[in-house]
Structures are given as C-alpha cells and as structure tokens.
Design a protein around this ligand. Structure first.
Ligand code: FRU
Length: 545
C-alpha cells in the first residue's frame, strides 16, 4: 500500500465552490420548441459547459463564426431526453464561454432526420444562394431516412444542404437535395465536413463511409465529385467511423504546414465505446496521405487519440474563424454512446466539452496534436488560491453544504509535480465526501499513464457499460515535470496534461455531494511543486456568478 500525503485546498474555495447561490436565468426569448424554463440548477447540470435547456443533445454540428458570433448547432431531439428524430439545435456565443440557446435551426422532413454535418460561409457566393451581395451561411448535413432504415435498406443516408441569409436564424433547404445520394451499398455514409480548399479553389468534403474517410470536391456546394478515400490500412476498425474533419495546421516548432484528419469511431474508443482519433499528413486537394513522421500511439498504431477519456466524442472544428485569430477551435460531445441515453439526468441529456484550441507539434515521437482549453475561459475565474507545496501543508475540515445539487466544485486547477527517483508515484486530484465516495484523476508512475477513476464516484448502475473500470491514458510527454491542468464542473473532469499532450474527458454522477477536494500523492517517486486553484463562476444567470 502506498502511503498518501494530502494537500487540502482552502476552505473558502471549497465552501463557495459547492454552494454559491446563482440567480435564475432570465426567460430567454426563444422559439416555442426550446423555450422550456430552466434555472440550470438541476442535479448534475454543468455550470460552464453548454447544455440544452431541455431534452436530448448529441454531436456538435455546423460550428461556424460569423459577424461576432460563434455558432454551435447540435444534434437535438426536442421531444424527449433520449435520442430520436434528429433536428439541429442552435446556440451562439460571442465570447466562446457563455451560450445563448436559440430556436431550432433544422427540422426533419420527408427525406429524413437531420444528422450531423458542418456549415461554411460561402464568401464568393459559389452556390448562388446569396442575394444583394450577402454571403450565405450554408449547412451541409446528412439525411437519415428512418423508414428505409427500418426496412433494412442500405441506401439510408445521403448528403444535403440548406442556407441561411439571416445569421443562421432561419433556413431554406435546397430544392435539389440530396446533393450526394447514397451510392447504394453504403449503410453508414454520413457527417459531411466541408472546407474551402484555397489551392484548388474548390470545396472539399470529408465524409465518414463505414470505416473509411471519403473525399469529394465541388465548385458550388451543389455538384460533388468523388475524389478518394483514406483509412483502409490505418486506425482501428472495431466500429463505424463517424464525424470526420480535415484542416491544415502550422507546426509550432518548424512553421511547416501539415494537414490533420480527424476520425471519430464507435465502438472502439481508447477506453471503450466512443473515441476520437487523428492522423497527420498532406492533402493535395484530392488525396490525404499520412506523413511518415506522424507519431505512432503506444500500441504502434498509426492513429493517435485526441482525447483518451470516455466522454469526448464527435468533436470537429470551427469554420471561418477570422484570420487575425487564426486558432483551430474544437468542441466535442461530452458523452459516450455506451451509456449516453441512460445517464441519470432528468430534464436534459448531454453537454458539450469545453472549447479547445488545437495545436500541432513536432515531438521526438513524431507529429502530435495538443489540446488546450481556450484562454477566454479565464474569464470564469472568481477567486484564485495558491495550492501550497508540501512543507506548507494546508489542513482543515472542508465539508460544504451536503444537499447542494451542484455539489462538486466549479474549479480550474494548475498543478505541477516533479517525478523523482524510481518515478513509481501515484498522485492526482480527488473529490470526496465523508461517506467514502470519491472521484480521482491523476497519474500512475507504475504504468506511466494518467487515469480517471469514477468507480466510487456515485451512480454507475444505470448502465452495464458505465462500468467499474479505471480509464487510462498513456503519458505522451517524457520530461520529469508533470503538469496537470484540470477543469471540474459539477459532474465532469477535463484533464489537459503536459501542455495538452495527453487529454482525458470524463463524466461521473455523484449521488452524495463530493464536497471536498484535495491533491493526493505517494510519499515516494514524486515531489509536489504546488500550483493554483481557481473558483469558477457559472455561465448561466449573469456574468458575475
Ligand atoms: C455520432 C452520430 C453521427 C450521426 C449522429 C446521429 O454520434 O452517430 O454519425 O450523424 O450521431 O445523431
């Protein structure tokens, strides 16, 4: 048994994190279908992640920037808290932190449900949808025909477009839909992500077709030509590929341009169920080729997981981010198809992840994509506390109000540890209560891996697959200093370790308040270098909460 040392965080932080009152959100002026009142105080409701006011959500869709607004559309079923006929819900943010939920953007019709896809601003009006010099916002999505699906047909899914001339508030579906009919033999044929490929002056679509990526090109978003496919000899093929992405990035260390292809897979994720992998290579407007210097993951596989946690899925990146900003912005769905329909939330189901900035690095192991939460989230900081090093051990009784529904802290933690002789250390951050419930996220030196342990964090029996295993993520960095950068939001943890080299996103459902927070660690193999804890505010109900 390891002997543990504990660094307890200041009482003021814990007490307020758990129980600070938040005023009710005002009554937002939205359309009927989404105007369900909510004070965002329900059990497990995240306080700084987007959730729909009510009912079911899954993938983020059509993320696009326009005129000061970041649009987030998402798979939405307004009539129930379980998956059903898909619509595109809609929310906007001006600051990448606070979200305003708007009326539903796209409704299912006779061609089927509106599955995942993307949106672009057609600056040159190649589609002809623009009028009076105004560039249209064009959504590219999958129609999923439920009747064909029920009948066991294979040509169930096809690609379609719609446009908006009023900043995404109202939409017209193209009369010539579908723009890419199902070829007839592809049961899974969906989730188009479209980009403008400047060199070939054409639109390029990446599509998930069974367990491959397919590329299509178009001059006008209406007429598409098949270009190529990727993936047969790469990645894992244990499940269906979904929600792809394709974009160029500048390598931070060398200034070269490389292309990144993202591929989501379900099942077959790194810790079971859903997961997101990526590849680094080149794209010439037609074909994606993997770079021989692309890192292999620890199993030797030519695909690396963007996030090793169980709860980051279907994420893709924003379109039309202003050049002067230049960031590659990513958001995922914070759940997993293994249990998404069963998690014990009542009014709504599922949240997005935090918004992340992706960067591309040339590491000793090869090219790797890192993820970091966007700096705009610092705006949520309300109070900051130093977390003392070992010789200034803090102590005390940190029990918060046990009945508070939003029991675990709203916190951002920046902590550093030094691996010392043997490196056989076990350390991390623990949320706990005096009933013996606990959630841990940390590092295990015997495995050189980060881990998330929700086995004793509360409810697990709502699904056989929300199981009792501990999720693990190989440490990709090699230095002696381990940096844990962590966001905790009621029922979720997002770990960005070693500057974003290894990422884990996990949700959990404490039945009794986990009101206390501490940094734990073994006596040997590690020295705690200290850090900072920030109490964060809520994004619902006023900027100062
Ligand atoms: C991914 C996914 C997509 C599909 C959508 C349906 O989570 O299965 O492939 O378009 O969800 O809601």
């Amino acid at each position: 048994m390891h002997k543990l040392f504990y660094y307890l965080l200041p009482a003021a932080l814990i007490a307020c994190l758990s129980g600070c009152a938040r005023p009710e959100a005002g009554d937002p002026a939205t359309g009927a279908a989404t105007s369900v009142a909510s004070n965002y105080q329900d059990a497990y409701r995240p306080q700084f992640h987007f959730t729909p006011r009510a009912n079911w959500m899954n993938d983020p869709n059509g993320m696009v920037y326009l005129d000061g607004e970041y649009h987030l559309f998402y798979q939405y079923y307004p009539d129930s808290t379980v998956w059903g006929p898909m619509h595109w819900g809609h929310a906007v943010s001006e600051d990448l932190v606070r979200w305003e939920e708007l009326p539903i953007a796209l409704y299912p019709d006779s061609l089927g449900y509106i599955f995942s896809g993307s949106a672009v601003i057609d600056h040159d009006n190649t589609s002809g949808f623009g009028t009076g010099g105004q560039a249209p916002m064009v959504a590219i999505f999958t129609y999923h025909d439920p009747e064909k699906a029920r009948a066991g047909a294979t040509d169930v899914e096809s690609q379609a477009i719609a446009y908006s001339l009023d900043r995404g508030r109202s939409w017209t579906k193209y009369a010539g839909n579908p723009v890419i009919p199902n070829p007839g033999d592809q049961r899974d044929f969906r989730d188009p992500k479209v980009i403008w490929h400047a060199d070939s002056e054409s639109w390029v679509m990446v599509l998930a077709a069974r367990d491959r990526l397919q590329f299509y090109g178009s001059p006008d978003l209406k007429n598409w030509t098949y270009l190529s496919e990727f993936g047969r000899q790469y990645g894992t093929h244990a499940g269906v590929w979904e929600c792809p992405d394709l974009f160029p990035m500048t390598v931070e260390e060398t200034g070269e341009t490389k292309w990144v292809a993202i591929q989501n897979i379900n099942p077959g994720g790194p810790n079971g169920g859903s997961g997101t992998a990526y590849y680094v290579g080149d794209f010439d407007g037609k074909t994606f080729t993997i770079d021989p210097r692309f890192a292999r993951d620890v199993t030797g596989e030519r695909a690396v997981w963007l996030d090793h946690g169980r709860d980051n899925y279907a994420g893709v990146t924003w379109s039309n981010v202003p050049a002067e900003d230049g960031r590659r912005l990513f958001i995922g769905w914070m759940s997993n198809w293994d249990y998404a329909n069963l998690v014990p939330t009542e009014k709504w189901r599922s949240a997005t992840t935090l918004l992340r900035r992706l960067t591309l690095h040339r590491t000793e192991a090869g090219y790797r994509v890192y993820s970091q939460p966007v700096r705009e989230l610092h705006d949520l900081r309300r109070e900051s506390f130093p977390v003392a090093a070992r010789d200034t051990l803090l102590s005390g009784n940190f029990t918060g109000p046990a009945s508070a529904p939003a029991s675990p802290p709203l916190a951002e933690l920046e902590l550093s540890f030094l691996l010392t002789e043997g490196r056989q250390a076990d350390f991390g951050v623990e949320l706990f209560n005096d009933h013996g419930d606990r959630y841990r996220i940390g590092y295990d030196g015997t495995k050189n891996a980060y881990y998330s342990d929700r086995t004793r964090a509360g409810a697990t029996n709502f699904s056989d697959k929300f199981d009792a295993t501990i999720a693990q993520a190989p440490r990709l960095a090699t230095g002696d200093t381990v940096r844990l950068y962590l966001y905790l939001d009621v029922a979720s943890a997002e770990l960005f370790a070693d500057g974003g080299a290894t990422v884990m996103t996990e949700i959990f459902f404490p039945e009794r308040a986990l009101t206390e927070l501490r940094v734990y660690g073994t006596e040997n193999g590690v020295a705690f270098l200290g850090g900072t804890a920030h109490r964060l505010g809520s994004i619902w109900g006023g900027s100062d909460q």
